[in-house]
Design a protein around this ligand. Sequence first.
Ligand code: G4P
Length: 527
Amino acid sequence: MPKLVEEIAQRRTFAIISHPDAGKTTLTEKLLLFGGAIQLAGTIKGRKAARHATSDWMELEKQRGISVTSSVMQFAYQNVTINLLDTPGHEDFSEDTYRTLTAVDSALMVIDSAKGVEEQTIKLLEVCRLRHTPILTFINKLDRDGREPIDLLDEIEKVLQIHCAPITWPIGRGKFFKGIYHLLDQSVTLFEPSKNHIATAGRHYTQLDDPELLNQLGAAQLDELKTELELVLGASNPFKVEKFLAGELTPVFFGSALNNFGVKALLDDFVTYAPPPQPRPTTTRMVAPNEDKFSGFVFKIQANMDPAHRDRIAFLRVCSGQYQKGMKVRHVRLNREVQIANALTFMAGEREHTEEAWPGDIIGLHNHGTIQIGDTFTQGEDLKFTGIPHFAPEIFRRARLREPLRMKALLKGLVQLSEEGATQLFRPLSNNDLILGAVGTLQFDVVSWRLQNEYSVECHFETVQVATARWISCNNEKKLEEFKRKAFNNLALDGAENLTYIAPTKINLSLMQERWPEIQFFATREN
Ligand code: G4P
């Protein structure tokens, strides 16, 4: 088999989606434990704490109890290279999350067995549905009193509109949680709380009538399990790979991430069934991963990721071909050839320089202000990957400096932080204001905190009479010039120098749209 095809077949790129507190961090840690990427449970939290010491703005993340950054981790399991893209959980960051989900081939949904389907899960699943992303489900915290498993499946089907096919089934729950039954293997793995912090498989039985199993569970619980299984097998959907790959059916696993229980069954089936890197749409054609020529797109940018390096990293998903250190590629938007000398990979969160990368992998490019979210890189071809949008912000504030002499530093900070895409900078044509737009108010706190810590600029944000923004386009040059003259006071340039209409009120926007039918007002833009 050609090396490219082999590498593609051995890759899985996915993200975990969940409502905060469902157990995403804990499960990530256990997956890394199985992958041998970390040796001891607790390392992730430990590392988080170590990072706080060096990167103060993470303190904000700690104070608010949210995850602001979204990271990439690569690890290996059973000859498969797994790329796990972390998605920020807080609703303010849905845009960033949205774009991260464009870079995966499947998603793992984590649900708290006591809470069921929660608000954030619903939103994230909607995004996955848009792209028909295959979803696996892990129902977590079975060691705690939770809801009936059947009810949970029912809720997932009703609320999330996706069929459920249980792959494992819990034996008891809460205090009586004893293990899981694997419906495809027809085997039982017993829960041994004290032993599950290491990556062992647990006690395993391949026969329900194994006398030792009877001994372990007791007649009453074993009978209950058999009755429940009959019910489940009768009432639930069988697992069909095609339906899973089409995003219509989700295989469901039960367990306890904290106890590292049920995680191995999940991971084993994940590497078996989750899709390898898939073809990606562009403005002109679909790009298949096994095409010889390299291509990829940037779905995320992060400034000052590592304060020791003071750099800005663009995260690029490789879509086809192979990345090789030092290769020359075309930056399609700028129509310029660039050399990628020092791309990074993210081995379980640690950054390392990489010699090569394959479809499905995420590489980090050093960004000196020339790379934007959504940018495509190819080996010559003029194409652009689609589906990585910017959304018009809904909340606007004017930046006000405490020391007027720091204006240059403020502008630099706002431009660089806006490259990350969580906020957008608008500079009105008619004055020197710096107006920041965001989807959630929390972003303004994050930005002023980071300005102070990363750029030594003290600034605060004050309200400004802007209700919404629209990107402007018009085929008629003369009309556009006339519009620019008439609407001059409400026009601005965004961070990428695109013309934007900043509307003082929504009514004003509707009036303008009515008055100027030749002008197009876009609520989203793709570069
Ligand atoms: P998140 O990333 O989705 O926000 O969730 P995270 O993993 O941080 O887990 C949220 C809380 O749920 C944590 O407790 C974690 O220990 C707990 N948890 C995760 N999986 C399980 C499980 O299988 N069983 C039980 N009983 N608890 C689980 P915390 O008290 O908020 O944090 P910590 O002090 O333990 O770190």
